[in-house]
Design a protein around this ligand. Structure first.
Ligand code: AOF
Ligand code: ZN
Length: 359
């Protein structure tokens, strides 16, 4: 199962709204087949492992990181394939929350007399598919907020200087995070200030996320790199109905997608997330400025926080922006707390990962 999990994990970021899944077939103490789901629409892990095993699949044990599917999706059901191949035992890490599966794959295997065990390394398997687990049930994207600040929470100095706050090791990790999300989101102020490319540029090849810019009044400069460099990554703008029509028409003429998210002075972020979900964007890395981060958190749209802190203090009063900026709560008891905390170090920087506990 560890091997199956490792194979699954290596495909993180390339399966779109699908989960990552690994499968290892073992017979008489030997591995006879292995497979991982690599791309949506392509083979499921079990099918690839069965293909490798051929005749040897008969009487084998399958270790699968996710309950074998029982539905006809883009591919036929894996549980049928395991039954037909004569696999005698199936060890599953976790059940599939997809309402089309949700236990029916396991039930089918048992009905056909296969010996099924569920729950081996279940926590690790679920953690790997946290985005899928949310999206498949809610159709809302899983949003990870990433910030990079000084110890006093600043994302720029009082003059606006921000290059660089964190170390190259931290920035390399951010590119891995970008690869692992389907979309990368910022606010238009970040585009105006930094003209970022918003791409995944690691040492290894990466899948490029869709670029998403919250831009209520469509203030994005037409020469911004998120608009001009469209070859590999499309850009989606989230706007309000209040944005000038001429502006919208000019952007759409260039092939940019503009989603109308409410008619208020600012984008309705919940509506924005719902629309992105409808477009099969199941995971988003939010790299906003403090206000966008604050608004997303306040509206409970953040599922996970990755907070990177460089061992620096820059100060700057109200002129130096902070990583998360919102009106806030009156009482400490009302603060948003983080669960399941993980602390890592990248070079000199500290990275805190946690899951918000909204009250
Ligand atoms: C498995 N093995 O390797 C994967 C599973 O559209 P499809 O046909 O790719 O089906 C996608 C759904 O199948 C997905 O939402 C999830 O429930 C399950 N994924 N199941 O048995 C796999 N990738
Ligand atoms: Zn399947």
């Amino acid at each position: 199962m560890r091997l199956a999990l490792q194979m699954a994990e290596s495909a993180l970021g390339q399966t779109g709204i699908n989960p990552v899944v690994g499968c290892v077939l073992v017979k008489n103490g030997r591995i006879v087949g292995m497979g991982a789901h690599l791309k949506r629409g392509h083979g499921h892990a079990e099918v690839l492992a069965l293909q490798m095993a051929g005749e040897e699949a008969k009487g084998s044990t399958a270790y699968v990181t996710l309950e074998p599917c029982s539905h006809f999706g883009k591919t036929p059901p894996c549980s049928d394939r395991l039954i037909e191949a004569g696999v005698s035992r199936v060890v599953v890490a976790g059940t599939d929350p997809n309402p089309q599966v949700a236990g029916t794959g396991i039930a089918k295997l048992r009905e056909h007399g296969l010996d099924v065990t569920v729950g081996l390394l279940a926590e690790e398997a679920a953690a790997m598919n946290e985005a899928f687990n949310k999206y498949i049930v809610t159709r809302m994207p899983y949003v990870t907020m990433k910030t990079a600040s000084t110890l006093d929470g600043r994302i720029a100095s009082k003059t606006g200087d921000s290059k660089w706050i964190t170390s190259p090791a931290s920035r390399a990790f951010v590119h891995t995070l970008r690869h692992r999300h389907q979309g990368i989101m910022v606010g238009v102020s970040t585009v105006i200030a930094d003209d970022p490319l918003l791409s995944a540029r690691g040492d290894v090849p990466a899948v490029q996320p869709v670029r998403i810019v919250a831009d209520s009044l469509l203030r994005v400069p037409l020469g911004a790199r998120v608009l001009t460099e469209q070859d590999r990554q499309p850009t989606i703008l989230l706007a309000s109905a209040q944005a000038p029509h001429s502006r919208r028409a000019a952007l759409e003429a260039r092939g940019i997608t503009v989603l109308t998210c409410g008619d208020g002075p600012q984008v309705d972020l919940t509506l924005a997330m719902r629309q992105l979900g409808e477009r099969e964007i199941g995971s988003i890395l939010l790299e906003g400025g403090g206000k966008l981060n604050g608004a997303m958190l306040e509206q409970r749209l953040i599922d996970k926080l990755v907070l990177m802190f460089a061992p620096k203090i820059i100060g700057g009063g109200s002129a130096a922006p902070v990583n998360i900026n919102f009106d806030g709560f009156a009482k400490m008891d009302d603060a948003i707390t983080l669960d399941r905390l993980k602390v890592e170090q990248f070079g000199p920087d500290i990275c805190i990962t946690g899951y918000p506990n909204y009250k």
